[in-house]
Design a binder for this molecule. Structure first.
Ligand code: C2E
Ligand code: CA
Ligand code: CA
Length: 525
């Protein structure tokens, strides 16, 4: 798998995982808040039912108060019993004094069920002048509601609220929860608990609702473990949606972020990472074989070691303008790599290829000067190769730049002579220091008369104009002899070495120094 495939898959999976994790959180939050709302609503239902019981109780008592309040005589109690009979929530009605001491009861037997009785000071006030209090009985607790008939007498209703609570919780939670009604100070009134009154276990959630009319509060407590499994219907739809969104987002992300880089982006990356490196090909004296210099040729050395030839990226670099930054980067590197050699041998010349558009660009000469002087190398040790393959848009300006750089001491060579479109007029106008004869003529030297005539003509032209000649692309020792016969003095080609990295190039130079005869042997062959 290539890395973009891996990166894309990773992005896709990361997006999917991110959305699913988000969906999980969202589902939990949503389900949790929905659950909280439902539990709050259930607490309010429990509270409303108790309030309704109190409302009924209070209404019953108020009816009796409106009739002047009953007495304790049997006839009056008979009428009160009818009221109790008609009102489900009212279990008993008692006549008491101002401080709640019971005088008589509609159902006097119920007094025997009482386990405790509170005084007026332990009652809590609610709407309509009612005072509420717990009535502890042997079978549980009831709610007492007292209203005054007059300053001496009060009427008390015994209300049952527990019976209204058992069906409040949904069946799934009923065995794992309880519902309690208390007075606002916490004294218990009624409770619906799991069968057998088993205690709730584990972590318990508790939700309360308080009455605005009476001192009453309803509290629901549920085991959290039971809650977690309750009402999870939205979970899978939410997770499904999250998965879909994650997949869609992941696809978009993968497509946009990991689209293959354009060739220009690749080139920019290569320049930024210093992957465009100078290689060096020796330029040698045809007679002696001595290495007099080198041509710097760009190579794109990729991280995996692949070496890409300039034909694959120079054109793009020229079209995009990247050739400028690239050329300076290459020159700085070359000057650093060959610094020792060029300091030691002041006749050694480094040739660099300069694109025509770069050569005539503003600031070219200043930058060149800066580069070379910073490296502490003499300007005469640098040759600028200008290709003849494309002609200058403004030959006069090009000639002016040539004159300027030559004034500064730099050497100028016209490259690829004989195969360009510009012809001899450009050579004449530019006034360079040397001509480089293209491999096209060198290939047939000594074997093709027309080619040899062309070489001889260029050699004579060069001599007339005080230029030297370098022959390019020499592959066979026989070509060396033929070129010497044509009057060419120096050359370059695989016969000595292809372009190589600095380390190998310096090794070749060193080797030639130690065995000067090796070169001559080639030249003589
Ligand atoms: P060029 O300036 O004419 O460079 C000579 C080319 O001939 C080089 O190709 C070199 O490797 C090749 N060559 C040398 N001797 C032989 C030989 O004996 N046999 C054969 N078959 N080939 C030989 P390379 O390095 O591939 O460069 C191609 C062209 O790319 C260069 O042609 C030059 O125009 C351009 N180039 C290379 N580096 C740069 C650079 O840094 N800047 C610019 N502007 N152009 C560059
Ligand atoms: Ca060249
Ligand atoms: Ca050339």
């Amino acid at each position: 798998m290539r890395w973009p495939v891996i990166a894309r898959t990773a992005l896709f999976l990361a997006s999917l995982a991110g959305f699913l994790a988000g969906g999980e959180i969202a589902a939990d939050v949503l389900i949790g808040s929905q659950r909280d709302r439902q539990l709050e609503e259930l607490a309010r239902v429990a509270l409303r039912r108790s309030e309704t019981s109190v409302d009924f109780g209070v209404a019953t008592l108020q009816e009796l108060v409106a009739q002047g309040g009953p007495g304790c005589e049997e006839g009056a109690l008979q009428a009160v019993r009818l009221h109790v009979y008609q009102r489900g929530a009212v279990k008993d009605i008692r006549l008491a004094d101002h401080d709640a001491a019971v005088q008589c009861s509609a159902f006097s037997e119920t007094l025997e069920f009482d386990k405790g009785w509170v005084g007026r000071k332990d009652m809590l006030a609610g709407d309509g002048g009612v005072l509420l209090f717990p009535v502890e009985q042997f079978f549980g607790t009831a709610l007492g509601a007292m209203i005054d008939i007059d300053p001496q007498r009060s009427l008390i209703g015994i209300l049952g609220v527990g019976g209204e609570l058992f069906d409040i919780m949904p069946a799934e939670l009923r065995e794992r929860s309880d519902v309690a009604i208390t007075l606002s100070d916490g004294r218990p009134i009624a409770r619906a608990a799991p069968a057998g009154d088993a205690a709730l276990t584990g972590d318990v959630a508790s939700i309360s609702a308080a009455s605005a009319h009476y001192p009453l509060r309803a509290t629901i407590r549920v085991e959290r473990a039971a809650l977690a499994a309750w009402n999870r219907e939205p979970y899978w739809p939410i997770m499904g949606l999250a998965g879909l969104l994650g997949a869609a987002f992941g696809l978009l992300l993968a497509r946009n972020l990991v689209r293959p880089r354009t060739p220009l982006e690749e080139l920019d990356r290569a320049i930024a990472h210093g992957e465009i490196k100078p290689y060096y090909q020796p330029i040698f004296d045809l007679e002696t074989g001595a290495i007099s210099g080198a041509e710097m040729l760009a190579r794109w050395v990729k991280a995996d070691g692949t070496v890409v030839p300039p034909a694959r990226f120079i054109e793009l670099a020229e079209e995009s303008g990247r050739i400028r930054v690239m050329t300076w980067q290459l020159l700085r590197t070359a000057l650093a790599e060959l610094h020792g050699l060029m300091k030691q041998d002041k006749t050694f010349r480094l040739s660099i290829n300069v694109s025509p558009q770069h050569f005539v660009a503003d600031g070219f000469v200043d930058e060149l000067r800066g580069c070379v002087s910073q490296a502490g190398v003499a300007t005469r040790q640098i040759t600028l190769e200008l290709t003849e393959r494309e002609s200058f848009a403004d030959p006069e300006r090009a000639a002016a730049v040539v004159a300027r750089v030559r004034d500064l001491g730099f050497k100028v060579a016209i490259d690829d002579v004989g195969i360009g479109h510009s012809g001899l007029s450009q050579i004449q106008l530019l006034r360079a220091d040397s001509l480089k004869i293209d491999k096209f003529f060198v290939d047939t030297v000594g074997r093709d008369e027309a080619g040899d005539i062309m070489i001889g003509m260029l050699v004579r032209l060069a001599r007339e104009m005080r230029m030297s000649v370098v022959a390019e692309g020499i592959e066979e020792p026989a070509q060396i002899a033929a070129l010497i016969a044509c009057g060419v003095a120096s050359g370059q080609g695989y016969v000595v070495s292809p372009p190589v990295a600095a380390k190998s190039f310096l090794a070749i130079v060193e080797e030639r120094r130690r065995q000067p005869d090796a070169g001559q042997a080639v030249a003589a062959a």
